[in-house]
Design a protein around this ligand. Structure first.
Ligand code: SF4
Ligand code: SF4
Length: 370
């Protein structure tokens, strides 16, 4: 399997990483089969978190593959924000995973500037991680967060994190365009390893898994971490990694045009519909809808299974409060749309902009049910 540099750490990671969250859903005997098969196939990156099942994912990894510890890069996360909390959490993690060190300790899901301040304070979690580095229990320190990346961008500016983990897939690129526009270039500039998570958008892109993985592997990232909980899924993901042919720009454009999950509802942020005579910033409003619920509620139910999946995922890491605050600050909001229709014929993706404006306003201005 292809190996890539893990930032400037000197480590080399297999392009497919094994995400440990879904080990919670299967018995130990199955976890042993999956993890060992992954290593046998050339994978070398196993990632989990102290918070996954209160250590259960870590314990399964420890019992399944600690005897092969020198064969893989081991990554865990701490959700603690204080120095002592981080040290205690790490010691539990090491015990759970039957090892004396992890290669990377990620600050888990740092979702606000206040949390970033807390972990970077003199008695914060990063100070604990630094002490652990001195003690040989951690090799490198990183940080993770889902969705809109403003905290991760600020984190990279304020501290030399050696790895940054973010959501990257062809669906959420339109909900959180700052990931590809700002976060990835900054991480590359800082020589920080980029860990890609959610290549199939929490399962949303399951119908297009091969395309989704090709898109993910084609990003300038060190490793694509996939949550795996069954043998068929593992074999499919391994096959995608083995047969990797990077996506060309024209193939990406075709995917953005044709992907069924994007359809004629998700705004591709192309800007071709502006200017609007009423001064509406159409792509900005739809981007805020992306922050709010990843543009998942479109007001139609054509497939009950798909509807249920979207309902489960849409607030998984929507940045609702941020979206509503930014929308509230817009000088011209969606309710100023007169329905003149001037924008509609300009949208290459056939989006019913007038209808979508109403839905976006309904969500972002907290009108009734939301
Ligand atoms: S339909 Fe609404 S959003 Fe489109 S151009 Fe007219 S006023 Fe602007
Ligand atoms: S033209 Fe369509 S896809 Fe492009 S910004 Fe406008 S609404 Fe979004």
């Amino acid at each position: 399997m292809e190996k890539r540099d893990f930032g400037n750490t000197g480590l080399r990671t297999s392009v497919l990483g094994f995400g440990g969250f879904h080990l919670l859903e299967i018995p130990l005997v199955e976890a042993e089969i999956l993890l060992n098969r992954y290593l046998d196939a050339g994978g070398n990156y196993i990632e989990t978190a102290a918070g996954y099942g209160n250590g259960e994912s870590e314990r399964k990894i420890g019992r399944a593959v600690s005897h092969r510890r020198e064969e893989y890069i081991l990554v865990t996360k701490t959700g603690e924000r204080s120095k002592q909390g981080c040290l205690d959490s790490l010691n539990h993690s090491l015990e759970n995973m039957k090892t004396d060190h992890v290669d990377v300790l990620l600050m888990h899901a740092v979702g606000s500037m206040a949390e970033l301040d807390a972990i970077l304070a003199p008695d914060g979690a990063v100070a604990g991680a630094e002490q652990a580095v001195q003690e040989g229990k951690v090799r490198f320190i990183g940080i993770s967060m889902h969705g809109q990346p403003d905290v991760l961008v600020e984190a990279l500016r304020r501290y030399p994190f050696r790895a940054v983990m973010s959501t990257i897939n062809y669906y959420d690129r339109f909900n959180f365009p700052e990931i590809e526009e700002t976060l990835i270039p900054l991480a590359l500039e800082k020589n920080s390893a980029i860990i890609l998570m959610k290549p199939v958008g929490d399962g949303l892109l399951y119908r297009s898994a091969e395309q989704a993985f090709r898109y993910a592997f084609s990003q300038p990232v060190s490793v694509v971490v996939a949550g795996i909980n069954n043998r068929a899924m593992l074999e499919a993901d391994l096959a995608f990694a083995e047969s990797l042919v990077p996506m060309s720009e024209s193939e990406k454009e075709q995917l953005y045009r044709d992907a069924p999950e994007l359809g004629n509802y998700v705004c591709r942020q192309c800007g071709k519909c502006v200017p609007c005579p009423e001064g509406l910033d159409i792509p900005e409003i739809f981007k805020l809808e992306g922050y709010f619920d990843r543009q998942m509620a479109d007001g139609t139910v054509t497939d009950t299974a798909e509807f249920a999946l979207r309902e489960r995922l849409r607030f998984w890491f929507g940045n609702r409060a941020m979206a509503m605050e930014k929308y509230g600050a817009l000088a011209v909001k969606a309710d100023r749309c007169t329905g003149c229709g001037e924008c509609m014929s300009k949208c290459p993706y056939g989006i019913d902009i007038i209808r979508k404006m109403g839905i976006a306003d309904y969500k972002l201005a907290a009108k009734s049910i939301y």
